[in-house]
Design a protein around this ligand. Sequence first.
Ligand code: PEP
Length: 253
Amino acid sequence: MSRKPIIAGNWKMYKLTRESLATVIALKPLVTNANHCEIVIAPPFTSIKSVADKLEGSNIQLAAQNISGELKQGAHTGEICGDMLYDVGCTHVIVGHSERRQYYGETDAQINRKIRAALQFKLKPIFCVGETLAERDEGRAEAVVSDQIDHGLAELTAESLLRIIVAYEPIWAIGTGRTATPETAQIMHAVIRQCLGRRFGAEASNTVRILYGGSVNPDNIAGLMHEADIDGALVGGASLEAASFARVVHYDR
Ligand code: PEP
């Protein structure tokens, strides 16, 4: 089964609009020939429209970093609805990032609502799962991640799974410089695919892309991409600078 890899950059709460524009202006020519993978960047909300205008006609797609779980516009101060994200040029949205689970108390049920909202507005959710170091040390990594998958994707169909991208991001590896080894990541990716297979059937689970995230950089990406069930990366720190993100995109060289 061949799955087109995805390299996605998560800029988190970094970059003023002019800095976002400078980064994409530098990035575009560096990745223009990258046909082996899909490229996605997730700027902060305030930069999305300006970046979208600059990316028109390019091979770089745009993600938001969060979405409201509401299915229509309404009186929800501070929230941003899926149709607004689609309107400004987003094709993807990151949902359930561990920083949102940890610092903003997002629950599996809220994440499930956000995934549904994204799908309703033709956005592809990049659905993040991953265990803490304590959970791994207690031997519970597989159970925790399987549980996040089961609850986050509750009552979704195999057809909708085809529009979802899963990102396995062990929390102990995010922003710590401590990457999971390719072998450790592969074991978890295989567990996730089996879990998806039980719920949605072999065809859907073999088609869904599962990205690895956690201190990915230009030096470790190739080893990770070598593994059978690793279909790309969600990159934080190393995506902030055009040159290093472009090197991650060109992991095949
Ligand atoms: C992330 O933001 O999803 C992430 C994996 O960050 P970093 O690459 O910096 O660990």
